[in-house]
Each structure stands twice: as structure tokens, then as C-alpha cells.
Design a binder for this molecule. Structure first.
Ligand SMILES: C[S@@+](CC[C@H](N)C(=O)[O-])C[C@H]1O[C@@H](n2cnc3c(N)ncnc32)[C@H](O)[C@@H]1O
Ligand code: SF4
Length: 422
């Protein structure tokens, strides 16, 4: 496999890396707030529906993070009231009245920084204004140090059934590097207690490839996930964002890109092998490994297969009935009408986040000619041992999963180029 090590100049580590490409070929049409409001008064179509709620606050900032968040400076009373009032406002629209939602996802930042009463205010408003499907998924992202039984009780009472806990690593050295609270034993104890107390899926996030991380450390992270029987784990390679404090601090460590990529690849292999060893866990999407009877992660399925994601809260983005929405402030948002190509290639990129790519799904979104280009690329990947063609699908190999985001970007660029530069 060594040949696959430097297959691309740079490894794309996240789904977000692909979003800019389509805009290079075709821009989406800006529309006004009134246009969006009109769409909300039409009969909603049948596509699956999720709601994403953003809380752009944390009580402690991690060294590696450049997400849309800031340190809390005061009470979150007014932000909690704002979120609750947004649900009241949109709850009156035809879109909300006539839709059944499959997923609610509270992301951040850290959405468990609210006090129990603030949580209750928000969740009560959701209960009054949102109709959920029978097997809905309701997630809160969280960190261990600001979670307690009182908050968990409120969350469970209002139907939260999935927690996504940012752990990042169990390694003592790694935890110091990432600026995370508690050492290994305390984290394990708290996760175990959480699993006993919370009725629902307990999922975690792991980041690997911090400076000097050893193979033993990454294997130990995988073992603890299995030992605790966690429903799933994300597995992100550390992204060092240009210009960040972290990028200056560890510049010296990243001797050569090739060195870094090699370590990235080796740690990835060891983590995957350890997680999949007893066949109790499987790859759910490019950066997530789930227990076989565990996490279903409907949120990503709805989002990546062309469903609606209704965004609520400052910093939230989504797509509603073909309208892109990004909220920059309490009273400020960008709206855009997504072109046929945005929808099509957005879906293609979404489908390529999963390790099994069904031919039928691709044929449903691409024209015959576009599908020919797609197949040609897949053949190329097969020759490089990144993909195995089956009767009904193209299955990514372990290397294919490692390079998954690159493949999705590569194939979208290839097809767009054929379509637009004939
Ligand atoms: C909103 S946070 C999750 C919840 C919570 N705020 C926490 O950190 O505990 C989303 C996840 O993105 C991942 N992430 C953030 N910055 C990253 C980076 N620079 N490189 C890799 N993964 C990153 C982390 O695993 C993090 O848990
Ligand atoms: S990783 Fe999570 S807790 Fe840390 S700063 Fe980012 S959003 Fe906040």
C-alpha cells in the first residue's frame, strides 16, 4: 500500500473541504428574506427533515478548535430566550405545521453550557412547536465537564436520545496538548457513569495525530472506546488551521508534509484495525466508526442525502426546500437559491461520505453521460486499490476511506469540468 501514501498532494480531512468547488463553476443566486418566508408557506415536499441548532459558546476554549464559538462572557439567558422564540416564530409557518422531523441536532460550541432552566426553556419551545417522527434522533453535542445529572434529566425528559461527547483523546499528554479538562481515569469514570445514567446513545469524538502521538496511544484510545461499549466514535485527524496559535506552536513538529502524512496514515491504520478487529464495530461514514447495534447517526444521513436541515441560532447553516440559509446574527442571514448543480453535486458529495456507494443512488442523481464520467473515475480508483466494484455498489477499501474526502472532491471536479468545459 505504500504507493498510496502520497496519492494526493494534500489530504482533505473533512467534508467541508468540498463545499467550495461547486461555487467555482456556478454561483448560487442570492435571494431575500421574503423569498425564504414565502417558501415556508408552501406545502413542504416529502424529503427527510432535520433541524440544526447552533450554540456558539464554550466555557473553556480548546487549543485546536476554530469552530464558530467564543468564550461565554455572562449569562446565556437572552440567547436561550432567542432560540426559544425562533422555534415559536417558525412553528407558526406552514413548513413547520405540516412537517414531521426525523432529526434535531444541537451543535456548537458546547450546547450544554446552558443552565438547566435555560435548557428547559428551549426544549419546551421545541416540544410545543416541532412534530417529531416515531423513531426520531435528538442529539446534543457536549463536553464532560459541563454536564450534570440535573441537565441530563431535563434533556431526557424532553426526548434527547443521543449525546456526542467531545473527548478527543484519553492520552494524558494529548489531553494537555488539546487543553481538555480531566485526566484519563476521570474521563473514563465519567463516561462510564454517563453511559449508565443516560438512556440513549453515548457517542464520542476522537482527534488523532497530535504532535508525537505514538501508535500505542492511538490503539489505547480505540480500546477504551470498545471497553466502554460506546455507540460510536468520530475519528478526525488533527487539522491545524493556518494562522492559528496551534499552527505556530507546532510548526517545528511538522517537519515535512510527507512525514506528517506518513504518521497520519500509520495512526489511522492502527486505530481502524483495533476498532474493527472483533467485528463489533463498523465504518459508518468516512470519519465515524459505530457499534454494530449502536449509533445510526440519522443526522448525517438526512444531511448527506439531500434532506432539509433547518438552521436555528447564530452561526447555523442549512438548506430548506432548495434554499440555502446561513445565519450570521440574530437578525441577519444569507439566503440563496441553490442551482440544480448545487443540489446534484451536494448530494453526490454526501453519498461519497459513506463507505458503500450504491450505483442506484448515483444513477438517480447523475445524467447518463455524467454517470459515465463517474464510472471512469471509479475504474481509476479501483486500479489504485481504493475501491472495489461490486454488482450494486462501489465499496471503499480502508485506503479509500482514508482518502475519501479527496476522492469526493476529485470526482466532483472531474465531472464538473467535463460538463462546463466541453
Ligand atoms: C463542536 S465540537 C464537539 C463538542 C464539544 N464542543 C467538545 O469539544 O467537547 C465538534 C468536534 O469537531 C472536532 N474538531 C474540532 N476542531 C478540530 C480540528 N482542528 N481538527 C480535528 N478535529 C476537530 C472535535 O473532535 C470536536 O469534538
Ligand atoms: S472543541 Fe468544543 S469545547 Fe473545544 S473550543 Fe471547540 S467547540 Fe469549544
Amino acid at each position: 500500500m505504500k504507493d498510496n501514501l502520497m496519492l494526493f498532494e494534500k489530504r482533505f480531512k473533512s467534508h467541508h473541504d468540498s463545499s467550495g468547488i461547486i461555487n467555482r463553476y456556478i454561483s448560487s443566486e442570492k435571494i431575500g428574506k421574503e423569498d425564504f418566508e414565502k417558501v415556508l408557506e408552501l406545502q413542504p415536499d416529502k424529503r427527510k427533515k432535520a433541524i440544526y441548532v447552533h450554540t456558539p459558546y464554550c466555557d473553556k476554549i480548546c487549543s485546536f478548535c476554530n469552530l464558530n464559538r467564543k468564550q461565554i462572557d455572562g449569562s446565556l439567558d437572552s440567547y436561550a430566550e432567542y432560540i426559544a422564540s425562533e422555534f415559536e416564530k417558525y412553528g407558526k409557518t406552514r413548513y413547520f405545521q405540516e412537517s414531521t422531523f426525523d432529526v434535531i441536532f444541537f451543535g456548537g460550541g458546547t450546547p450544554t453550557v446552558y443552565k438547566p432552566q435555560q435548557l428547559e426553556l428551549i426544549l419546551k419551545s421545541i416540544k410545543e412547536n416541532v412534530k417529531l417522527s416515531d423513531n426520531y434522533e435528538f442529539t446534543f453535542e457536549t463536553t464532560l465537564h459541563n454536564l450534570n445529572e440535573e441537565k441530563l434529566k431535563v434533556m431526557m425528559e424532553y426526548g434527547v436520545n443521543r449525546l456526542s461527547v467531545g473527548i478527543q483523546t484519553f492520552s494524558e499528554r494529548g489531553r494537555v496538548f488539546y487543553n481538555r479538562t480531566y485526566g484519563k481515569e476521570e474521563v473514563k469514570k465519567r463516561l462510564k457513569n454517563l453511559k449508565d445514567f443516560f438512556k440513549g446513545d453515548v457517542c464520542i469524538d476522537i482527534i488523532y495525530n497530535f504532535p508525537d502521538q505514538t501508535i500505542e496511544e492511538v490503539i489505547e484510545d480505540a480500546r477504551i472506546v470498545k471497553e466502554l461499549g460506546l455507540s460510536s466514535t468520530s475519528f478526525y485527524s488533527l487539522m491545524v488551521h493556518e494562522g492559528s496559535k496551534l499552527s505556530k506552536d507546532i510548526e517545528a513538529e511538522r517537519v515535512k508534509l510527507e512525514e506528517d502524512m506518513k504518521k497520519d496514515y500509520i495512526l489511522y491504520q492502527h486505530f481502524m484495525d483495533e476498532m474493527l478487529r472483533e467485528n463489533k464495530y463498523h465504518v459508518l461514514e468516512l470519519t465515524k466508526i459505530a457499534k454494530n447495534d449502536g449509533d445510526n447517526y440519522q443526522y448525517i444521513k438526512v444531511r448527506n442525502t439531500g434532506g432539509d436541515t433547518f438552521p436555528i441560532g447564530v452561526g447555523a447553516g442549512g438548506s430548506v426546500q432548495g434554499v440555502g440559509v446561513y445565519r450570521m446574527g440574530k437578525d441577519m442571514a444569507f439566503y440563496s437559491k441553490q442551482s440544480e448543480y448545487h443540489l446534484k453535486f451536494g448530494k453526490l458529495s454526501g453519498i461519497m461520505q459513506f463507505p458503500i456507494i450504491y450505483k442506484e443512488d448515483i444513477k438517480n442523481i447523475l445524467t447518463e453521460e455524467e454517470y459515465k464520467h463517474f464510472s471512469k473515475k471509479m475504474k481509476e480508483y479501483e486500479e489504485k486499490d481504493l475501491v472495489v466494484e461490486k454488482e450494486k455498489s462501489f465499496d471503499l477499501t480502508k485506503d479509500g476511506i482514508f482518502w475519501g474526502n479527496n476522492l469526493s472532491i476529485d470526482i466532483i471536479e472531474y465531472i464538473l469540468d467535463k460538463v462546463f468545459n466541453k
